[in-house]
Design a protein around this ligand. Structure first.
Ligand SMILES: [Fe+2]
Length: 481
């Protein structure tokens, strides 16, 4: 085993269960926290990697744990709790694993009750992917189920919600706010009956509504989408879910997704003023997990900044190996601008970075102008990408080509970088980037605060837990009132 490979595997110990759950408690701080940084960053990811003697097979499988760091008056406190979902409670009552997970097949063979629940979309919801801070509520999201309400004060589990009857089935982990209107939009991919995408609007007054439903030809998986002030744009990759092998306990969900390259990726452009009349067309196949930025170009086209992959199977395989601690495979996801032209029925990609990476984010803008700034995490070299998650957080400015990046040393692994604006500040660089970092030397997790305008200077302060949290996916900044 080579030197790089050995040192690059030190993050693997992050994939052990959260050792201790607690509400907000003081954190050890190194450096000086800016007094103007006031608010809470909530994050979600797998909290239990092993449940009732069974180790999960994929990063996406673990039972969700929300972690949080709160900054006030130059001090920091931190909290983490595993979400007490109905599925987790049921498995604990049975004293053994019962449901399958995304990448872990259900134990045993044919089980008619469990299979019926898979087909009805009422199987276990691990609520483990992201959090939505909306209208004073904190919702933990996973795309296969309904939102799961969490108490923002102490992270107590409050249970699933259908948002007053609006969410019948699934609700994706990637709602998008549109600054011009204050609305957020989301999608929910339904399998079986109906086979469709539900479209949701979240109004600024805290009420939710269903915009419509887009029928699908396939049972499939859609992780993210784009929203502008005029359109929703959804990429439906040629991914066909074979339900039967999963229901018979022969395969996990992800291994039941078949890549049909010949079909191409379908582009669905939904006009917000006529959601019942989407434009739909096919282009050459590609896969994306995440959309960072989306805006109307002004000439009838729509720009989306995405992480583009050649296909789903290779990306999913790379992600599945993360939890085993041994990747040894190249990832090919790169940051690209996609110009979607509904009239010409085309999508043209331009690379924005020569590195691989993930978790593109934009800073919210109150003025509604399009974002000129993206934040994401990337691999500082191909070698790093071959042996594990990204080690670098970066600010990327596509219009100017400007890059401002910081690479963590000593095998430290940052997560998605979330922007916290300076109160009363000006623009999308005026604030801080907060990233949750796993330190393999201490086998513990800390939050690093960077000046978003000077990322390459590195952290200005760090706030340390006395234990680790498994590498998490997505978070949301909740400013203090
Ligand atoms: Fe995601």
């Amino acid at each position: 085993m080579g030197e790089v490979r050995e040192s690059e595997r030190r993050w693997a110990a992050a994939f052990e269960n959260v050792p201790r759950e607690h509400g907000f408690e003081p954190l050890r701080v190194q450096g000086t926290l800016p007094p103007a940084l006031r608010g809470t960053l909530y994050r979600n990811g797998p909290g239990l990697i092993t449940l009732l003697g069974q180790r999960y097979a994929h990063w996406f499988d673990g039972d969700g744990a929300v972690s949080a760091v709160r900054f006030a008056d130059g001090a920091a406190s931190g909290a983490v709790r595993v979400l007490e979902t109905a599925g987790l409670a049921e498995e604990r009552a049975r004293e053994k694993p019962y449901f399958g997970a995304y990448g872990t097949k259900a134990p045993g063979l044919w089980n008619p009750v469990r299979s019926f629940r898979v087909a009805r979309g009422t199987s276990k919801n691990p609520a483990n992917t992201s959090v939505l801070a909306w209208a004073g509520r904190l919702l933990a999201l996973c795309e296969i189920g309904r939102p799961f309400e969490v108490d923002p004060a102490d992270l107590a589990s409050l249970g699933e919600t259908d948002l007053d009857g609006v969410v019948e089935g699934a609700f994706s982990a990637h709602p998008h706010f549109v600054a011009q209107t204050g609305y957020a939009f989301n999608i929910g991919t339904r399998i079986g009956h109906p086979r469709a995408i539900d479209l949701f609007a979240l109004r600024p007054d805290g009420t939710a509504g269903r915009l419509g439903r887009v029928p699908l030809a396939l049972d499939t998986m859609i992780h993210d989408f784009a929203a502008t002030e005029r359109h929703l744009v959804i990429f439906v990759a040629p991914l066909s879910l074979r339900l039967l092998p999963m229901m018979f306990g022969l395969r996990a969900f992800d291994q039941s997704l078949e890549w049909l390259a010949g079909r191409g990726t379908e582009v669905i452009v939904v006009p917000l003023d006529a959601p019942g009349s989407p434009r739909r067309f096919f282009v050459d196949p590609f896969w994306t997990w995440h959309v960072g930025n989306a805006f109307e170009v002004g000439d009838g086209t729509i720009a989306l900044d995405v992480v583009r992959y050649r296909d789903f199977p290779s990306s999913n395989e790379w992600l599945s190996r993360i939890v085993s601690g041994s990747v040894d495979a190249d990832t090919d996801g790169y940051l690209a601008r996609a110009i979607v032209d509904p009239k010409r029925e085309s999508v043209a990609f331009t690379p924005l970075r020569p590195r691989t990476g993930e978790f593109p984010r934009v800073a919210p803008r109150a003025d509604g102008r399009r974002h000129g700034v993206l934040y994401w995490t990337e691999h500082s070299s191909r070698e790093v990408g071959r042996y594990g998650p990204p080690d670098t957080v970066a600010r990327v400015e596509p219009d100017t080509g400007e890059l401002d990046a910081f690479t963590f040393a000593d095998g430290h692994k940052p997560s998605e970088a979330v922007f916290a604006p300076r109160p009363g500040g000006d623009g999308e660089r005026d604030g801080w980037l907060i990233t949750q970092v796993y330190d393999p030397g201490a086998h513990a997790t800390y939050w690093a605060v960077l000046d978003a305008a000077h990322v390459s200077d590195g952290p200005i302060a760090t706030a340390h837990l006395d234990h680790h949290v498994p590498l998490s996916f997505h978070g949301a900044w909740w400013p203090a009132p």
